[in-house]
Design a protein around this ligand. Structure first.
Ligand code: S3P
Length: 440
Protein backbone atom coordinates (compact mmCIF):
# COMPACT_ATOMS: atom_id res chain seq x y z
CA UNK A 1 0.00 0.00 0.00
CA UNK A 2 1.33 3.46 -0.94
CA UNK A 3 1.35 6.66 1.14
CA UNK A 4 2.42 10.23 0.44
CA UNK A 5 3.12 13.42 2.33
CA UNK A 6 -0.02 15.39 3.25
CA UNK A 7 -0.51 19.13 3.77
CA UNK A 8 -2.45 18.91 7.01
CA UNK A 9 -4.83 16.76 9.00
CA UNK A 10 -7.85 18.13 10.81
CA UNK A 11 -11.09 16.92 12.31
CA UNK A 12 -12.59 14.66 14.91
CA UNK A 13 -12.37 10.94 15.20
CA UNK A 14 -13.61 8.11 17.41
CA UNK A 15 -11.14 5.24 17.55
CA UNK A 16 -12.34 1.64 18.06
CA UNK A 17 -12.68 0.05 21.49
CA UNK A 18 -9.75 -0.83 23.70
CA UNK A 19 -8.20 -4.17 22.76
CA UNK A 20 -7.17 -5.20 26.28
CA UNK A 21 -10.58 -4.37 27.73
CA UNK A 22 -12.47 -6.08 24.87
CA UNK A 23 -10.56 -9.36 25.41
CA UNK A 24 -11.17 -9.30 29.14
CA UNK A 25 -14.89 -8.51 28.85
CA UNK A 26 -15.42 -11.67 26.78
CA UNK A 27 -13.26 -13.84 29.04
CA UNK A 28 -14.72 -12.68 32.34
CA UNK A 29 -18.22 -12.67 30.87
CA UNK A 30 -17.75 -16.33 29.96
CA UNK A 31 -16.81 -17.15 33.58
CA UNK A 32 -19.67 -15.14 35.08
CA UNK A 33 -23.26 -16.26 35.72
CA UNK A 34 -25.69 -14.60 33.32
CA UNK A 35 -25.49 -12.45 30.21
CA UNK A 36 -22.72 -9.87 29.92
CA UNK A 37 -23.39 -7.08 27.45
CA UNK A 38 -20.34 -5.41 25.92
CA UNK A 39 -20.65 -2.03 24.19
CA UNK A 40 -17.91 -0.65 21.95
CA UNK A 41 -16.25 -4.05 21.47
CA UNK A 42 -13.19 -3.97 19.22
CA UNK A 43 -13.81 -6.00 16.04
CA UNK A 44 -10.08 -6.58 15.56
CA UNK A 45 -8.85 -10.05 14.62
CA UNK A 46 -7.23 -10.51 18.05
CA UNK A 47 -10.48 -9.99 19.94
CA UNK A 48 -12.38 -12.14 17.45
CA UNK A 49 -9.90 -14.91 18.29
CA UNK A 50 -10.88 -14.60 21.94
CA UNK A 51 -14.56 -14.90 20.99
CA UNK A 52 -13.96 -18.00 18.89
CA UNK A 53 -11.87 -19.69 21.59
CA UNK A 54 -14.63 -19.24 24.16
CA UNK A 55 -17.24 -20.46 21.68
CA UNK A 56 -15.08 -23.58 21.31
CA UNK A 57 -15.21 -23.87 25.10
CA UNK A 58 -19.00 -24.05 24.96
CA UNK A 59 -19.93 -20.41 25.57
CA UNK A 60 -22.69 -18.82 23.50
CA UNK A 61 -21.53 -15.43 22.23
CA UNK A 62 -23.42 -13.10 19.88
CA UNK A 63 -21.41 -10.43 18.12
CA UNK A 64 -23.32 -7.70 16.29
CA UNK A 65 -20.60 -6.26 14.11
CA UNK A 66 -22.68 -3.31 12.93
CA UNK A 67 -23.20 -1.95 16.47
CA UNK A 68 -20.08 -3.41 18.13
CA UNK A 69 -22.32 -4.96 20.77
CA UNK A 70 -21.47 -8.39 22.07
CA UNK A 71 -23.54 -10.63 24.32
CA UNK A 72 -21.73 -13.33 26.29
CA UNK A 73 -23.93 -15.97 27.92
CA UNK A 74 -21.68 -16.90 30.81
CA UNK A 75 -21.86 -20.27 32.53
CA UNK A 76 -20.02 -19.49 35.74
CA UNK A 77 -16.50 -20.33 36.91
CA UNK A 78 -16.97 -24.06 36.33
CA UNK A 79 -19.12 -23.95 33.20
CA UNK A 80 -16.56 -24.27 30.39
CA UNK A 81 -16.61 -27.51 28.44
CA UNK A 82 -13.87 -29.49 26.79
CA UNK A 83 -13.04 -28.14 23.30
CA UNK A 84 -13.28 -30.59 20.40
CA UNK A 85 -10.15 -29.36 18.63
CA UNK A 86 -7.16 -27.04 18.94
CA UNK A 87 -7.93 -23.54 20.25
CA UNK A 88 -6.52 -21.05 17.75
CA UNK A 89 -5.51 -17.65 19.17
CA UNK A 90 -4.26 -16.32 15.81
CA UNK A 91 -1.80 -13.47 16.43
CA UNK A 92 -3.04 -12.69 19.94
CA UNK A 93 -0.60 -12.92 22.85
CA UNK A 94 -3.26 -11.65 25.25
CA UNK A 95 -5.64 -14.47 24.28
CA UNK A 96 -2.98 -17.15 24.62
CA UNK A 97 -1.54 -16.02 27.93
CA UNK A 98 -4.80 -15.14 29.69
CA UNK A 99 -6.71 -18.19 28.50
CA UNK A 100 -3.84 -20.41 29.70
CA UNK A 101 -4.45 -19.19 33.24
CA UNK A 102 -8.15 -20.02 32.95
CA UNK A 103 -7.57 -23.40 31.29
CA UNK A 104 -5.06 -24.39 33.97
CA UNK A 105 -7.97 -24.55 36.39
CA UNK A 106 -10.24 -26.70 34.18
CA UNK A 107 -10.64 -30.46 34.60
CA UNK A 108 -10.11 -31.17 30.87
CA UNK A 109 -7.30 -31.07 28.34
CA UNK A 110 -6.88 -28.19 25.91
CA UNK A 111 -4.37 -27.44 23.18
CA UNK A 112 -3.54 -23.91 22.11
CA UNK A 113 -2.01 -22.79 18.85
CA UNK A 114 -1.78 -19.67 16.68
CA UNK A 115 0.02 -18.02 13.78
CA UNK A 116 3.75 -17.99 12.93
CA UNK A 117 4.42 -14.90 15.10
CA UNK A 118 2.73 -16.26 18.22
CA UNK A 119 4.67 -19.54 17.92
CA UNK A 120 7.88 -17.56 18.39
CA UNK A 121 6.79 -15.58 21.44
CA UNK A 122 7.93 -16.60 24.94
CA UNK A 123 5.43 -18.69 26.88
CA UNK A 124 7.90 -19.90 29.54
CA UNK A 125 6.93 -16.73 31.40
CA UNK A 126 3.46 -18.18 32.07
CA UNK A 127 4.37 -21.88 32.04
CA UNK A 128 6.66 -21.36 35.04
CA UNK A 129 4.21 -19.69 37.47
CA UNK A 130 1.23 -21.78 36.33
CA UNK A 131 3.28 -24.93 36.94
CA UNK A 132 4.13 -23.62 40.42
CA UNK A 133 0.38 -23.43 41.01
CA UNK A 134 0.03 -27.12 40.15
CA UNK A 135 -1.07 -26.76 36.52
CA UNK A 136 0.02 -29.37 33.99
CA UNK A 137 1.03 -27.07 31.12
CA UNK A 138 3.68 -27.74 28.53
CA UNK A 139 5.15 -26.36 25.34
CA UNK A 140 4.52 -29.11 22.77
CA UNK A 141 7.75 -28.32 20.81
CA UNK A 142 9.54 -28.13 24.21
CA UNK A 143 11.00 -24.68 23.44
CA UNK A 144 8.80 -22.67 25.81
CA UNK A 145 6.72 -21.56 22.82
CA UNK A 146 3.28 -22.50 21.49
CA UNK A 147 1.58 -24.82 20.70
CA UNK A 148 0.77 -25.42 24.36
CA UNK A 149 -0.97 -28.38 26.00
CA UNK A 150 -2.83 -27.82 29.25
CA UNK A 151 -4.04 -30.92 30.99
CA UNK A 152 -6.41 -29.72 33.68
CA UNK A 153 -4.87 -29.32 37.07
CA UNK A 154 -2.61 -32.12 38.29
CA UNK A 155 -4.13 -31.91 41.72
CA UNK A 156 -7.62 -32.37 40.30
CA UNK A 157 -6.65 -35.48 38.49
CA UNK A 158 -4.72 -36.93 41.40
CA UNK A 159 -7.06 -36.03 44.25
CA UNK A 160 -10.48 -35.33 42.88
CA UNK A 161 -10.82 -38.29 40.50
CA UNK A 162 -13.45 -37.03 38.14
CA UNK A 163 -14.92 -34.36 40.42
CA UNK A 164 -15.80 -31.25 38.50
CA UNK A 165 -14.18 -28.64 40.71
CA UNK A 166 -10.58 -27.89 39.85
CA UNK A 167 -8.10 -26.74 42.46
CA UNK A 168 -4.76 -25.10 41.95
CA UNK A 169 -2.40 -23.93 44.63
CA UNK A 170 -2.39 -20.24 45.56
CA UNK A 171 1.09 -18.75 45.19
CA UNK A 172 2.91 -15.51 45.57
CA UNK A 173 4.83 -14.82 42.36
CA UNK A 174 7.56 -12.26 41.85
CA UNK A 175 7.41 -11.60 38.13
CA UNK A 176 10.74 -10.65 36.58
CA UNK A 177 8.86 -8.60 33.94
CA UNK A 178 6.21 -5.89 34.26
CA UNK A 179 3.63 -7.62 32.09
CA UNK A 180 -0.15 -7.49 32.38
CA UNK A 181 -0.38 -10.69 30.37
CA UNK A 182 1.71 -12.61 32.91
CA UNK A 183 -0.03 -10.96 35.88
CA UNK A 184 -3.51 -11.60 34.47
CA UNK A 185 -2.74 -15.22 33.56
CA UNK A 186 -1.73 -15.94 37.16
CA UNK A 187 -4.64 -14.01 38.70
CA UNK A 188 -7.10 -15.89 36.49
CA UNK A 189 -5.60 -19.22 37.55
CA UNK A 190 -5.96 -17.87 41.09
CA UNK A 191 -9.75 -17.99 40.65
CA UNK A 192 -9.35 -21.78 40.78
CA UNK A 193 -6.80 -21.93 43.62
CA UNK A 194 -7.13 -23.19 47.19
CA UNK A 195 -5.84 -19.95 48.75
CA UNK A 196 -5.13 -16.33 47.69
CA UNK A 197 -2.77 -15.73 44.77
CA UNK A 198 -0.63 -12.65 44.40
CA UNK A 199 1.73 -11.24 41.81
CA UNK A 200 4.40 -8.59 42.36
CA UNK A 201 5.92 -6.85 39.34
CA UNK A 202 8.96 -4.59 39.03
CA UNK A 203 6.66 -1.79 37.84
CA UNK A 204 2.89 -1.58 37.60
CA UNK A 205 1.56 -2.92 34.29
CA UNK A 206 -1.91 -2.20 32.89
CA UNK A 207 -4.54 -3.04 35.52
CA UNK A 208 -7.65 -3.68 33.41
CA UNK A 209 -7.99 -7.24 34.76
CA UNK A 210 -7.98 -6.08 38.36
CA UNK A 211 -10.53 -3.31 37.68
CA UNK A 212 -12.87 -5.46 35.60
CA UNK A 213 -12.68 -8.57 37.78
CA UNK A 214 -13.89 -6.39 40.66
CA UNK A 215 -16.87 -5.18 38.63
CA UNK A 216 -17.76 -8.84 38.03
CA UNK A 217 -17.63 -9.45 41.81
CA UNK A 218 -14.14 -10.86 42.41
CA UNK A 219 -12.08 -9.79 45.42
CA UNK A 220 -8.90 -8.27 43.99
CA UNK A 221 -6.67 -6.06 46.11
CA UNK A 222 -3.74 -3.99 44.94
CA UNK A 223 -0.93 -2.51 46.98
CA UNK A 224 2.03 -0.91 45.27
CA UNK A 225 3.07 -3.27 42.50
CA UNK A 226 1.31 -6.31 44.04
CA UNK A 227 -2.12 -7.60 43.05
CA UNK A 228 -3.88 -10.29 45.11
CA UNK A 229 -6.97 -12.30 44.20
CA UNK A 230 -9.16 -14.41 46.48
CA UNK A 231 -10.19 -17.76 45.01
CA UNK A 232 -13.56 -19.10 43.95
CA UNK A 233 -15.65 -15.90 43.81
CA UNK A 234 -19.19 -15.72 42.52
CA UNK A 235 -18.80 -13.81 39.26
CA UNK A 236 -21.95 -12.06 38.12
CA UNK A 237 -22.60 -10.84 34.58
CA UNK A 238 -22.41 -7.10 34.08
CA UNK A 239 -22.47 -4.43 31.39
CA UNK A 240 -19.11 -3.33 30.04
CA UNK A 241 -18.65 -0.08 28.13
CA UNK A 242 -15.33 -0.20 26.31
CA UNK A 243 -13.57 3.16 25.89
CA UNK A 244 -11.54 3.96 22.76
CA UNK A 245 -8.09 2.40 22.66
CA UNK A 246 -5.35 4.87 23.58
CA UNK A 247 -2.91 2.66 21.66
CA UNK A 248 -4.97 3.31 18.51
CA UNK A 249 -5.45 6.99 19.37
CA UNK A 250 -1.65 7.29 19.58
CA UNK A 251 -1.36 7.26 15.76
CA UNK A 252 -3.67 10.25 15.38
CA UNK A 253 -2.10 12.04 18.35
CA UNK A 254 1.25 11.68 16.62
CA UNK A 255 -0.09 12.68 13.21
CA UNK A 256 -1.73 15.78 14.69
CA UNK A 257 1.55 16.79 16.33
CA UNK A 258 3.94 16.27 13.41
CA UNK A 259 1.93 17.17 10.29
CA UNK A 260 2.00 20.99 9.79
CA UNK A 261 -1.13 23.10 10.43
CA UNK A 262 -3.03 20.21 12.00
CA UNK A 263 -5.60 19.95 14.74
CA UNK A 264 -7.30 16.71 15.78
CA UNK A 265 -9.77 15.72 18.48
CA UNK A 266 -9.99 12.04 19.39
CA UNK A 267 -13.18 11.33 21.32
CA UNK A 268 -13.82 8.95 24.23
CA UNK A 269 -10.32 7.53 24.66
CA UNK A 270 -9.39 5.40 27.69
CA UNK A 271 -6.85 7.24 29.85
CA UNK A 272 -6.27 4.66 32.57
CA UNK A 273 -3.09 5.85 34.39
CA UNK A 274 -1.41 2.50 33.70
CA UNK A 275 -1.86 3.15 29.96
CA UNK A 276 -1.41 6.87 29.48
CA UNK A 277 2.38 7.11 29.27
CA UNK A 278 2.05 8.39 25.70
CA UNK A 279 0.41 11.56 27.07
CA UNK A 280 3.32 12.08 29.49
CA UNK A 281 5.84 11.64 26.69
CA UNK A 282 4.03 14.08 24.43
CA UNK A 283 4.08 16.65 27.23
CA UNK A 284 7.78 15.95 27.93
CA UNK A 285 8.43 16.59 24.24
CA UNK A 286 6.61 19.93 24.40
CA UNK A 287 3.40 18.92 22.65
CA UNK A 288 0.23 20.99 22.60
CA UNK A 289 -2.11 18.32 23.93
CA UNK A 290 -5.12 18.74 26.19
CA UNK A 291 -7.75 16.48 27.73
CA UNK A 292 -11.42 17.48 27.61
CA UNK A 293 -14.67 16.00 28.94
CA UNK A 294 -12.97 13.64 31.38
CA UNK A 295 -15.24 10.94 32.81
CA UNK A 296 -15.26 7.35 34.04
CA UNK A 297 -17.05 4.12 33.23
CA UNK A 298 -16.80 1.06 35.50
CA UNK A 299 -13.54 2.34 36.98
CA UNK A 300 -11.96 3.04 33.59
CA UNK A 301 -11.37 6.78 33.01
CA UNK A 302 -11.75 8.29 29.55
CA UNK A 303 -11.53 11.70 27.88
CA UNK A 304 -11.37 13.52 24.54
CA UNK A 305 -7.79 14.19 23.46
CA UNK A 306 -7.14 17.45 21.58
CA UNK A 307 -3.82 17.93 19.78
CA UNK A 308 -2.34 20.65 17.59
CA UNK A 309 0.82 20.73 15.52
CA UNK A 310 3.77 21.28 17.86
CA UNK A 311 7.50 21.84 17.83
CA UNK A 312 8.82 18.75 19.59
CA UNK A 313 12.07 18.18 21.45
CA UNK A 314 13.84 14.93 22.31
CA UNK A 315 13.42 13.22 25.68
CA UNK A 316 14.39 10.13 27.68
CA UNK A 317 11.86 7.33 28.20
CA UNK A 318 12.73 4.67 30.76
CA UNK A 319 11.84 2.70 33.91
CA UNK A 320 8.25 2.68 35.12
CA UNK A 321 7.12 4.74 32.14
CA UNK A 322 7.88 1.86 29.74
CA UNK A 323 5.01 -0.51 30.68
CA UNK A 324 2.63 2.48 30.54
CA UNK A 325 3.35 2.98 26.82
CA UNK A 326 4.87 -0.29 25.66
CA UNK A 327 2.66 -0.62 22.56
CA UNK A 328 3.18 3.05 21.63
CA UNK A 329 6.98 2.86 21.39
CA UNK A 330 7.04 2.28 17.60
CA UNK A 331 4.93 5.42 17.16
CA UNK A 332 7.07 7.32 19.68
CA UNK A 333 10.19 6.40 17.65
CA UNK A 334 8.59 8.20 14.69
CA UNK A 335 7.72 11.21 16.87
CA UNK A 336 11.36 11.31 17.98
CA UNK A 337 12.48 11.51 14.32
CA UNK A 338 10.32 14.63 13.94
CA UNK A 339 11.68 16.21 17.15
CA UNK A 340 14.75 18.38 17.59
CA UNK A 341 17.50 16.73 19.62
CA UNK A 342 18.06 13.26 20.97
CA UNK A 343 15.48 10.79 22.27
CA UNK A 344 16.68 7.82 24.32
CA UNK A 345 14.40 4.83 24.89
CA UNK A 346 15.75 2.36 27.45
CA UNK A 347 14.52 -0.48 29.70
CA UNK A 348 12.37 -1.61 26.76
CA UNK A 349 13.77 -5.12 26.11
CA UNK A 350 10.16 -6.34 25.92
CA UNK A 351 9.93 -4.75 22.47
CA UNK A 352 11.99 -7.64 21.15
CA UNK A 353 9.27 -10.20 22.00
CA UNK A 354 6.19 -8.44 20.68
CA UNK A 355 4.42 -9.34 17.40
CA UNK A 356 7.81 -8.66 15.79
CA UNK A 357 11.19 -7.60 17.19
CA UNK A 358 10.10 -3.98 17.32
CA UNK A 359 13.56 -2.61 18.08
CA UNK A 360 15.12 -4.19 14.99
CA UNK A 361 12.14 -3.55 12.75
CA UNK A 362 11.81 0.14 13.71
CA UNK A 363 15.53 0.84 13.48
CA UNK A 364 15.84 -0.89 10.11
CA UNK A 365 12.81 0.77 8.53
CA UNK A 366 13.34 4.26 9.93
CA UNK A 367 16.97 4.10 8.75
CA UNK A 368 15.65 3.31 5.25
CA UNK A 369 13.64 6.53 5.46
CA UNK A 370 16.73 8.57 6.35
CA UNK A 371 16.41 8.74 10.15
CA UNK A 372 19.42 8.80 12.46
CA UNK A 373 18.48 5.90 14.75
CA UNK A 374 20.56 3.26 16.53
CA UNK A 375 19.42 0.08 18.24
CA UNK A 376 20.61 -0.59 21.78
CA UNK A 377 20.23 -3.70 23.93
CA UNK A 378 17.10 -2.40 25.59
CA UNK A 379 15.78 0.28 23.27
CA UNK A 380 16.99 2.84 20.76
CA UNK A 381 18.63 6.24 20.40
CA UNK A 382 17.21 8.69 17.88
CA UNK A 383 18.79 11.95 16.80
CA UNK A 384 15.79 13.81 15.49
CA UNK A 385 15.39 16.53 12.91
CA UNK A 386 16.64 14.63 9.83
CA UNK A 387 14.13 14.87 6.97
CA UNK A 388 12.41 11.56 6.19
CA UNK A 389 11.98 10.24 2.68
CA UNK A 390 9.81 7.45 1.28
CA UNK A 391 11.04 3.84 1.27
CA UNK A 392 9.74 0.30 0.97
CA UNK A 393 8.76 -0.74 4.48
CA UNK A 394 8.42 -4.38 5.49
CA UNK A 395 5.82 -4.30 8.26
CA UNK A 396 6.73 -7.87 9.26
CA UNK A 397 2.95 -8.32 9.46
CA UNK A 398 3.06 -6.35 12.72
CA UNK A 399 0.01 -4.06 12.97
CA UNK A 400 1.74 -1.43 15.09
CA UNK A 401 4.67 -1.22 12.67
CA UNK A 402 2.34 -0.75 9.69
CA UNK A 403 0.37 2.02 11.42
CA UNK A 404 3.50 3.81 12.69
CA UNK A 405 4.93 3.96 9.17
CA UNK A 406 1.64 5.13 7.67
CA UNK A 407 2.01 8.13 10.01
CA UNK A 408 5.73 8.59 9.24
CA UNK A 409 4.86 8.70 5.52
CA UNK A 410 2.66 11.77 6.10
CA UNK A 411 5.81 13.88 6.69
CA UNK A 412 8.14 12.07 4.25
CA UNK A 413 9.19 13.11 0.75
CA UNK A 414 8.12 10.85 -2.13
CA UNK A 415 6.13 7.68 -1.79
CA UNK A 416 6.29 5.23 1.12
CA UNK A 417 5.22 1.67 0.36
CA UNK A 418 4.11 -0.48 3.29
CA UNK A 419 4.18 -4.22 2.70
CA UNK A 420 1.48 -6.41 4.29
CA UNK A 421 -0.32 -3.21 5.27
CA UNK A 422 -3.55 -5.16 5.84
CA UNK A 423 -2.16 -6.55 9.13
CA UNK A 424 -3.81 -3.53 10.81
CA UNK A 425 -6.95 -5.71 11.02
CA UNK A 426 -5.39 -7.22 14.16
CA UNK A 427 -6.22 -4.16 16.26
CA UNK A 428 -7.73 -1.50 13.96
CA UNK A 429 -9.57 -2.77 10.86
CA UNK A 430 -10.71 0.71 9.69
CA UNK A 431 -7.38 2.44 10.34
CA UNK A 432 -6.63 3.59 6.78
CA UNK A 433 -10.18 4.86 6.17
CA UNK A 434 -10.12 6.75 9.49
CA UNK A 435 -6.74 8.29 8.63
CA UNK A 436 -7.99 9.27 5.17
CA UNK A 437 -11.01 11.00 6.74
CA UNK A 438 -8.68 13.44 8.54
CA UNK A 439 -6.43 14.25 5.58
CA UNK A 440 -7.18 17.67 4.10
C1 S3P B 1 -1.60 -6.51 26.93
C2 S3P B 1 -0.44 -6.35 27.61
C3 S3P B 1 0.82 -5.94 26.99
C4 S3P B 1 0.61 -5.34 25.61
C5 S3P B 1 -0.36 -6.13 24.79
C6 S3P B 1 -1.69 -6.23 25.49
C7 S3P B 1 -2.80 -6.96 27.66
O1 S3P B 1 1.67 -7.06 26.88
O2 S3P B 1 1.83 -5.23 24.93
O3 S3P B 1 -0.55 -5.53 23.52
O4 S3P B 1 -3.92 -6.84 27.13
O5 S3P B 1 -2.65 -7.44 28.79
P1 S3P B 1 2.61 -7.49 28.13
O6 S3P B 1 1.73 -7.59 29.28
O7 S3P B 1 3.22 -8.81 27.79
O8 S3P B 1 3.63 -6.40 28.22
Amino acid sequence: MNFNRVKKITGEIVVPGDKSISHRAVMFGALAEGMTEIHGFLQGADCLSTISCFQELGIQIENDRSSNQVKVYGKGLHGLSSPSGMLDVGNSGTTMRLISGILSGQPFESNLTGDASIKKRPMGRIIKPLTMMGADIMSIPANNCAPLRINGSLKTRMQNHGHKKAFLKGIHYESPVASAQIKSSILLAGLYADSPTSVTEPYVSRNHSEIMLRTFGADVATEGTTATIQPNPFLKATKVIVPGDISSAAYFIAAGLIVPDSEVVIRHVGINPTRDGILDVCRMMGADITLENESDSNGEPYADIHVKTSTLKGTTIEGGLIPRLIDELPMIAVLACAAEGTTIIKDAQELKVKESNRIDVMVHNLSLMGADITATDDGMIINGGKPLHGAIINSNKDHRIAMSFAIASLIADNTTTIQDADCVTISYPSFYQDLESLVK
